[in-house]
Design a protein around this ligand. Structure first.
Ligand SMILES: [Zn+2]
Length: 469
């Protein structure tokens, strides 16, 4: 790599734009200021200087140029930061140093080639065409199929692997990318992971393909096989840190300071197609602390369109608790009363979806409504259960005035003395929302295949019928 190209990229890009594509910056005098993405802080002490083309955090002391910033925020080596910024600047890298062609980069290439391979199948094979028909019938437009790079993985054992080997990649690398599985007792041989499935590529924040979610489609043994499987954890794919669609949604989310989080791939796709472009999908996992760390760079407000059971000790609920503890304002869309996915609601009429978003309830209203719906506030046992459901949420409220408001409301609605509510509140054990890593709602087996049912409490028929896509 020539130093001149490193300089060329630096000259073409403005540090304010590069940093500003990750965090919210506000102009202050000749500089820009924002919340530091590298440490947690209440008052922004992270500064960007357009004159010096540098950034510095006066809180944690980190400092650097655009390369340092991308290295830090993406968690990559210099070679990858260079490629990301070269792409941004529209500079084609010449005479690439083989040392910079990192293992990680080869995995990106493999994922991208696999994605193209799957995309082509939608027009190339008979079943591929049927898969495309299916997607169109679900309301996903031709344009969206292209934008989200949807595809079909043929129901064969090695066609993808053979294609990638033909492009110069080792079988072990294809296994490392999560696209093939080693044959037992034969480390040099492998078979394709995704067979006979509609493939949803999963992108990182820079729209690089890092993995796939795949839905079974017309395989011979459709009944015995898991409906959805994903790429397992790889060097480039960290399931608990990726929100589906955030690569497309990040700027709108930042602009509106608001992110709508749905559950399934098609929910996010249909939302974007209908113009709700600040939408992402958690794609089968509950919100994790890593998701929230990333979202924090873009917005303070979250609207959750999840299928929820707040009474059980579910991963979803813990995700909400985590988000509350991190200071997000949370609203809940109650879209599941009719047992319909956001994707289905949007397909029927986008207006219905925007109405639901408009009517999203605050998390406290949601807790109150759910608790009073579920239990009878006129009998002692019911009062106790309602308290049990709502009090932990009240306990987590940081602001004392706001907290006092809900204590009052609860005592009024239950017809009990405020003192009693206060005493119960103080006898609650401390905040349990900082417990760290959350279970994903689905547990995958070694092949990344979804093996068992959801964790957590009992669910009604409507939510059991809820599909991921
Ligand atoms: Zn800092």
């Amino acid at each position: 790599m020539q130093d001149s190209q490193i300089e060329e990229i630096k000259n073409k890009l403005n540090v304010v734009d590069v940093v500003g594509s990750y965090i919210k910056l506000t102009k202050t005098g000749i500089n820009y200021r924002g919340p530091c993405p590298f440490h947690s802080e209440k008052k922004p002490s992270f500064f960007v200087s357009p004159n010096r083309q540098m950034w510095k955090c006066f809180g944690c002391g980190k400092v650097g140029d655009i390369y340092e910033f991308v290295k830090e925020i993406e968690g990559v080596e210099f070679g990858d930061a260079l490629r990301i910024l070269a792409a941004k600047a529209g500079v084609e890298l010449k005479r690439e140093n083989p040392k910079l062609r990192t293992e990680r980069q080869r995995l990106y290439e493999i994922c991208d080639l696999a994605c193209s391979f799957f995309e082509k199948q939608l027009d190339a094979s008979v079943v591929g065409k049927e898969a495309k028909e299916y997607l169109l019938k679900r309301g996903i437009s031709e344009e969206s199929i292209k934008k989200w790079r949807l595809g079909y993985s043929p129901d064969t054992w090695q066609s993808l692997s053979d294609f990638l080997v033909g492009k110069g990649y080792q079988r072990q690398e294809i296994v490392k990318a999560g696209l093939a599985i080693e044959k037992e007792g034969n480390r040099s041989d492998s078979y394709d992971r995704f067979r006979g499935r509609i493939a949803f590529p999963i992108f990182d924040l820079n729209s690089q393909v890092v993995g796939f979610g795949a839905r079974v489609f017309k395989t011979a043994n459709e009944k015995e096989t898991a409906k959805y499987i994903n790429t397992p954890q790889t060097f480039v794919y960290n399931k608990s840190a990726i929100l589906y669609g955030l690569n497309f949604a990040k700027l709108p989310v930042k602009k509106e300071n608001n992110c709508v989080i749905t559950e399934g791939y098609t929910d996010a796709i249909m939302a974007h197609q209908a113009g709700f472009i600040n939408t992402v999908a958690a794609s089968g996992t509950a919100l994790t602390s890593q998701h929230l760390e990333i979202l924090k760079r873009y917005a303070e407000n979250l609207i959750l369109a999840f299928d929820m059971d707040l009474a059980g000790d579910t991963a979803t609920k813990r995700g909400i608790n985590l988000a509350e503890a991190q200071g997000f304002n949370i609203k809940i869309v109650d879209s599941y009363s009719g047992a319909k996915d956001p994707a289905e609601i949007i397909l029927e009429n986008p207006k219905n979806w925007s109405d639901l978003i408009e009517k999203a309830r605050t998390i406290m209203d949601y807790y109150f409504d759910s608790a009073f719906e579920k239990f009878d506030e006129n009998i002692p046992e019911g009062k106790k259960q309602i308290g049990r459901m709502i009090l932990p949420a009240i306990k987590r409220i940081q602001n004392r005035i706001e907290q006092s408001h809900w204590i009052q409301k609860l005592s009024e609605k239950l017809g009990v003395k405020e003192d009693a509510v206060l005493q119960e509140l103080s006898s609650l054990r401390g905040d349990d929302s900082r417990r760290g890593n959350l279970d994903s709602r689905f547990r995958g087996n070694d092949n990344g295949e979804i093996a068992s049912s959801r964790l957590g409490g009992t669910r009604n028929d409507a939510s059991t019928r809820k599909k991921l896509i």
